[in-house]
Write a protein that binds this ligand. Structure first.
Ligand SMILES: Nc1ncnc2c1ncn2[C@@H]1O[C@H](COP(=O)(O)OP(=O)(O)OP(=O)(O)O)[C@@H](O)[C@H]1O
Length: 250
């Protein structure tokens, strides 16, 4: 294996903290809340310190599994890396813009799978013609040939997730974040998507895979980080980190 120092650093996470401010009513503070209103309520504001000084460097061709129990901060870390959640302390440096796997927001349930593939592709910046050329491959990958002309609302949650994964991975990503997308597919689809993840990684991509499936992590990742209560417990070889995590959870 190549020593990490010989490879190009792609994402540097430097002492990152994320604190969420939560109103004691249970509502999140939004931009629409005036500052005076928030001040009045400040005594009733609670803060959740979701990440407490996480640091690591991801390199080109790394496929990093992110594991940890529920609420440990995995998704928060991924959102911080993608830039959608601000850090309250520390910094993240990325060689190019990390993309979170997901075209969910662009899709319309009443349209057919086929129409949604075109739509999802447009949202990713492809032209209609480019998507038409890729249509067959995407349908094949998603394994939805018989259903592709039916409205998406008739799909099961697993079928919808497969379609989204197939659309989103049509392009190669330099830095791709996959948060639990594999958990919903069946076994055959999981195998195909894991192979696709390896392919993206081999094309000089860097992948973060958040999953509770240790099998998916073992099959696709060359490195694992374990997040526990907002801190980085361990970072290293998948088998070693997974063993330590599993030993801790009993
Ligand atoms: N938008 C938010 N506002 C307030 N608190 C949040 C928000 N998102 C997450 N949290 C809190 O931050 C902590 C970390 O949550 P996060 O979703 O990052 O954990 P996770 O490791 O991804 O969990 P899971 O495995 O259950 O998906 C939790 O205590 C959670 O309640």
């Amino acid at each position: 294996m190549v020593a990490p120092t010989d490879r190009k650093p792609v994402v540097i996470v430097d002492d990152v903290h994320v604190e969420y401010k939560v109103l004691a009513t249970g509502k999140r503070a939004t931009a629409a809340d005036s500052s005076r209103k928030l001040m009045q309520r400040s005594r009733r504001t609670r803060s959740v310190h979701a990440l407490k000084g996480v640091s690591f460097t991801a390199y080109e061709n790394d496929s990093i599994g992110v594991i940890g129990s529920n609420g440990s901060g995995k998704s928060t870390l991924m959102r911080a890396i993608s830039g959608s959640t601000p850090t309250s302390q520390g910094a993240i440096y990325a060689a190019s813009r990390p993309s979170m796997l997901g075209v969910g927001a662009a899709l319309i349930k009443d349209l057919s799978g086929e129409r949604n593939i075109i739509l999802g592709g447009l949202a990713l910046g492809f032209t209609r013609r480019e998507m038409e050329a890729r249509l067959d491959d995407i349908v094949e990958f998603a394994g939805l040939r018989e259903f592709i002309n039916l409205p998406m609302r008739t799909y099961s949650s697993g079928m919808t997730a497969r379609l989204k994964f197939a659309i989103a991975t049509v392009q190669d990503h330099e830095i791709l974040i996959v948060d639990e997308a594999l958990a919903v597919g069946d076994r055959a689809f999981r195998r195909r998507s894991e192979a696709r993840i390896r392919e993206i990684r081999d094309n000089a991509g860097t992948i973060f895979l958040v999953s509770h499936s240790m099998q998916s992590i073992r099959d696709t990742c060359n490195r694992v980080i374990w997040i526990n209560k907002g801190t980085l417990m361990m970072d290293g070889d998948p088998a070693e980190v997974i063993d330590a995590y599993q030993a801790s959870t009993g």
